[in-house]
Design a protein around this ligand. Structure first.
Ligand code: PBG
Ligand code: ZN
Length: 305
């Protein structure tokens, strides 16, 4: 009765990595219990998610074809565009959020278009991100979630959505996304590791918290409806200050490395998996997150009465 923080299903978001092709349901080595699957497999996956009372999924795509410009990211029949349609047909009420970034679609693995020196060109990338966002909205996405961290992307995406007739489609911005080593398992899963260099030109320095406040303020000014801190557990203080400072719904992403560390230690019998899962999400909620993106969503749903 006196418990101050409660975990419930209705603020959970489950990430799904969708791979172009058919009949694919392959385990992700670095993330035990998680799978890459093709669009045709999704109805079963999302029906299970819905039956567990989880209201939303976050989609990532791995295309068959990658190139320097990431052109597969905004194809009408691209992998995420197909996945959205399949999910909407199978479970119309499930909220479909789509991650918008180019690193899964570029052959060099960077989040944007590069110049001759191999640097990400911020402004050229914005046009592509706008096309990706509009193509997701057209395919039926409910919420667009840019994760690239280019400057000015929220404004450009907002304009593109509005001009395309999607003024009611909200933007969930990965506002304070840190250049984190905890994305390692995801990059293996999504085959999106940069082939050279890193993402420090656009993702944030783990040492900074005032910068996170500036990033969030800018995104809100540009039209972000929901904001995010990522990763979650190593950044609970950032979640707390942003929750105190801003009124927008705040999302926290318990990322792949956070997932795999608990799984790995539990597999060795070093920690108790279920109690670590509940303790970590309770802490993220206690820090001030309204919603939590987590690969543990189905398990959490089973664990809460
Ligand atoms: C794409 C993106 C990444 C993640 C979400 N969107 C990887 C990255 O920035 O390198 C990480 C998700 C996770 O680790 O679970 N930019
Ligand atoms: Zn990226």
């Amino acid at each position: 009765m006196v418990r101050e923080t409660r975990v419930s299903r209705d603020f959970l978001i489950y990430p799904i990595i969708v791979r172009e092709g058919t009949s694919i349901h392959e385990p992700i080595d670095a993330m035990p219990g998680q799978f890459r699957c093709s669009p045709d497999i999704l109805p079963g996956v999302v029906k299970d998610i819905t039956s567990k009372g989880i209201p939303a999924v976050l989609l990532f795509g791995i295309p068959r074809h990658k190139d320097a410009q990431g052109t597969s990211s905004h194809r009408k029949d691209g992998v995420v565009q197909q996945a959205i349609q399949v999910i909407k047909n199978a479970v119309p009420d499930l909220i479909v959020i789509t991650d918008v970034c180019l690193c899964e679609y570029t052959d060099h693995g960077h989040c944007g278009i590069l110049n001759e020196k191999g640097e990400v060109i911020n402004d050229d990338t914005l046009d592509v991100l706008a096309s990706v966002s509009l193509s997701h909205a057209k395919a039926g996405a409910d919420i667009i979630a840019p994760s690239d961290m280019m400057d000015g992307r929220v404004g450009v995406i907002r304009d593109a959505l509005d001009e395309g007739g999607y003024e009611h489609t909200p933007i969930l911005s990965y506002s304070a996304k840190y250049a984190s080593s905890y994305y390692g398992p995801f990059r293996e899963a999504a085959q999106s590791s940069p082939s050279f260099g890193d993402r420090k030109s656009h993702q944030m320095d783990p040492a900074n918290v005032r910068e996170a406040l500036r990033e969030v303020a800018l995104d809100i000014e540009e039209g972000a409806d929901l904001i995010m801190v990522k990763p979650a557990l190593p950044y609970l203080d950032v979640i707390r200050v942003i929750a105190d400072e801003f009124d927008e719904p705040l999302c926290a992403y318990q990322v792949s490395g956070e997932y795999s560390m608990i799984k790995a230690a539990a597999q060795r019998g070093w920690v108790d998996e279920d109690s670590c899962i509940m303790e970590s999400v309770t802490s993220i909620k206690r820090a001030g997150a309204d919603m939590i993106i987590t690969y543990f969503a189905p398990r959490i749903s089973e664990l809460i009465a």
